[in-house]
Ligand binder design. Structure first.
Ligand code: HSE
Length: 440
């Protein structure tokens, strides 16, 4: 019998995801090896602190201190960058690609910040970059866009891309509990990023939206070119108001392209979704993405978007793809190729063209004439009111006003908010949520 080829893997970073990869690769190794026709060996693992207590047992000889040495090691075929951050992670990724290796990454912030450079380096040096774990954890959305839906152009992609926020919003709604205490719980469960602001302020979802927008439209949109708003100011009362209006509230990433004008908009914000919408009913740490293709119609993807096992599942799928690529010869495997969709002239939509309905919550002095003042500001910006709900607010002498609008646009709403927050009768910063009409 001929000796089996062994593919050597290096792990840079051995936190939650790295340990998950070790655990599941060890568990399924025999089956994977038989399916892929090669031996799989995790040869080296770069860790910051070799003495740290871990949930998996690994031979000490596999531990290394220098992640860059793994990227440079000629014996290593596949480098998994699972450490996060954008400085050392970038150096390791570029070094490995320059050496013609395959890099597997779960690092959405890195791809968002340096994607263009990473793919150019891969192309130049014959390296390859796989990143299934970077968006929606265990949900194979990268493969779906890149392979399964390759025949399509995408007018709408939207969904829940941050499991931590979805967990927090679901718990707030179900338990009528305040944001801060549910956030603490999400952190204890290990869902949140090391810097939780990335989750709750919408940046993590924005990084993932940037990756999806690039795959679907061939253009890198930086988060500072997007509308990015988080969930920190949502209260249990907003869920009650939304329910009264027939909606749920989700933090959505929304990528829409008008193929007539070639305008693209990429945004992340809490959104009121019709309560019958499937995505409005996706709870907990789950992610859900609706992809509408011009050929296939609407397709839905739902699954765990965060956590050790789901993310390890995606990393191992990339390792399997990398093995297939290494075995069949570089450049022949579809997911390794960076073929941009023909989106040469895509441009970002101006604020006037980002249209929709809005939910506006104001805390106001409970005095005569206040509603008229608010209505007059909205009229000045040509924003038409569709409904009003008034209830007493927490502080004495104040009221909570919830207004919904007919269709307007982002520019008009910005002007409206600016002017409303200057009114003496408005006692707190207004909260603006978008209302979506997506049905599936
Ligand atoms: N903090 C991220 C989330 C982890 O909650 O979705 C997965 O990217």
């Amino acid at each position: 019998m001929s000796k089996k080829t062994v593919i050597n893997i290096g792990l840079c970073g051995f936190g939650t995801v790295g340990q998950g990869v070790w655990k599941h690769l060890s568990r399924t190794r025999a089956e994977l090896e038989s399916r892929l026709g090669v031996g799989l060996e995790i040869r080296s693992i770069a860790v910051r602190n070799p003495r740290r207590k871990r949930t998996v047992k690994i031979p000490v000889r596999k531990l290394a201190a220098d992640a860059l040495a793994i990227a440079n090691d000629p014996k290593i075929d596949i480098v998994c960058e699972l450490m996060g951050g954008t400085d050392l992670a970038r150096e390791i990724t570029l070094t490995a690609l320059q050496a013609g290796k395959v890099v597997v990454s779960a690092n959405k912030a890195l791809i968002c910040a340096h994607g263009a450079e990473i793919f150019a380096t891969a192309r130049k040096h014959g390296g390859h970059f796989f990143f299934e774990a970077s968006v929606a954890g265990g949900v194979p959305i990268i493969k779906a866009l890149r392979e399964g839906l390759v025949a399509n152009r995408f007018p709408h992609i939207y969904g829940i891309l941050n499991g931590t926020c979805n967990y927090i919003l679901t718990q707030m709604e179900e338990r009528d509990e305040a944001y801060a205490s549910v956030l603490a719980e999400a952190k204890d469960l290990g869902y949140a990023e090391a810097d939780e602001a990335l989750d709750v302020q919408g940046w993590d979802a924005a990084h993932k939206a940037a990756v999806l927008a690039w795959l679907a439209h061939g253009i890198w949109v930086h988060p500072d070119q997007m509308i990015v708003e988080g969930i920190e100011r949502i209260t249990p009362a907003d869920f009650k108001n939304a329910t009264t209006l027939g909606f749920g509230i989700k933090l959505l990433a929304i990528i829409t392209r008008d193929f007539a004008t070639n305008e693209l908009s990429v945004r992340v914000h809490p959104t009121l979704l019709p309560e019958g919408n499937v995505i409005a009913n996706v709870s907990g740490v789950f992610n859900a993405i609706s992809v509408t293709g011009d050929v296939v119609g609407t397709t839905l993807y739902i699954g765990k978007g965060a956590g050790q096992d789901a993310t390890a599942s995606a990393v191992i799928s990339d390792i399997a793809d990398a093995v297939a690529l290494l075995r069949n010869g570089k450049g022949v495997h579809l997911t390794s190729e960076v073929v941009l969709p023909t989106g040469g002239h895509v441009k970002l939509a101006p604020l006037e063209h980002i249209r929709g309905r809005y939910y506006l919550r104001l805390t106001v002095k409970d005095e005569p004439g206040v509603l008229a003042q608010v209505a007059s500001v909205m009229a000045k910006h040509h924003v038409s009111i569709a409904s009003v709900i008034q209830s007493s607010a927490e502080a004495a002498g104040t009221a909570s006003l919830v207004l919904t609008t007919h269709e307007s646009h982002e520019r008009a709403m910005r002007g409206t908010l600016r002017q409303l927050s200057r009114l003496r009768s408005v006692v707190d910063q207004p909260l603006l949520l978008r209302i979506s009409d997506f049905n599936a």
